[in-house]
Design a protein around this ligand. Structure first.
Ligand SMILES: [Zn+2]
Length: 293
């Protein structure tokens, strides 16, 4: 998980620009007549943000495009405003979209950069919360895997809400809640899991567990292991051969504590486990038994 700054645009700015860029002049009066109602809905979003209880916000039913959502605006209107007024815009709305996307520096905040940014994810899916289809702080740059993983549903139970890269508390981003285990096998097996600090609330422990599952982090972290371990073991057999186990552990710990990497990302979690493994730190990889696949 990577923390991102909240987009610095006034809440209504993307709505205004989207309406202007939407190639549907006949709809403009309807949007403008309901501008205040949309702003009122944004106040509700920000009020739930204070307690991270977005699950309290009213959900639209699946389907039902003509259902009225905000003032006189239907789900269809609000989704169209995003799809055509923002994503397909050639004007200011698209510039805002692109700048929100670029702020992630191409690293998906949900998976800590395992995936590259594909598009903007609606934290509250637009199919269920169309009122927030163009609210900048509901738009989070995400990779396609995380975006799909969280899907178009949003839990009604606040304990199961995915982490919000803009609004969730610092401890989700600063404290360790992922763990890896190294198994002495040929080839070496590293598995990843959730391990929230025991002092965390039930809600916070449950949320990170759900986030880990939604974004399929166990499997996706594991998929990165060999691209890192193979060159590391190769170095251990050559340039790092002179280090004793304590020195090698210190070498691994530098990456395990690298502040520029997400604390719960795959790389720091992997190195943390490698540094903690007495076997890995003292193994003789030059021995005849091959450790590489
Ligand atoms: Zn991702």
């Amino acid at each position: 998980m990577k923390k991102l700054n909240v987009p610095e645009y006034p809440s209504i700015e993307l709505f205004d620009n989207g309406v202007e860029d939407l190639n549907a002049a006949a709809l403009s009066p309807l949007f403008l007549a309901n501008r205040q109602a949309v702003q009122d809905a944004y106040v509700d979003f920000h009020s739930e943000t204070l307690t991270q209880t977005w699950s309290n916000l009213p959900k639209a039913r699946h389907g039902h495009p003509t259902a009225i959502i905000v003032g006189g605006l239907s789900k269809e209107n609000l989704v169209k405003l995003y799809d055509e007024g923002v994503v397909k815009s050639k004007g200011q709305a698209r510039k805002i979209y692109d700048s929100i996307k670029l702020a992630a520096h191409d690293e998906c905040p949900y998976c800590g950069g395992v995936g590259e940014i594909g598009s903007l994810d609606h934290y509250l899916p637009k199919a269920r919360f169309p009122a927030y289809s163009v609210l900048p702080s509901n738009l989070v740059p995400a990779c396609d895997v995380c975006n799909k993983g969280m899907g178009s549903n949003f839990p009604s139970n606040p304990n199961l809400q995915p982490l919000h890269p803009y609004f969730d508390a610092p401890h989700f981003f600063d404290e360790k809640w992922t763990i890896a285990r190294v198994s002495q096998e040929t080839p070496i097996v590293v598995s990843f899991d959730v391990a929230a600090p025991p002092g965390w609330s039930v809600k916070d422990q449950s949320r990170v567990a759900q986030h880990f599952e939604d974004c399929n982090l166990g499997e996706r972290y594991r998929s990165r292991v060999w691209s890192e371990l193979a060159p590391l073991i190769s170095q251990r057999k050559s340039t790092l051969r002179m280090l004793d186990a304590i020195q090698f552990r210190a070498h691994l710990s530098v990456i395990a504590t690298e502040p520029e990497l997400p604390i719960n990302g795959w790389k720091r979690t992997l190195y943390h486990a490698l540094a903690a493994s007495n076997w890995f730190c003292s193994a003789d990889f030059t021995a005849p038994t091959p450790h590489l696949p």
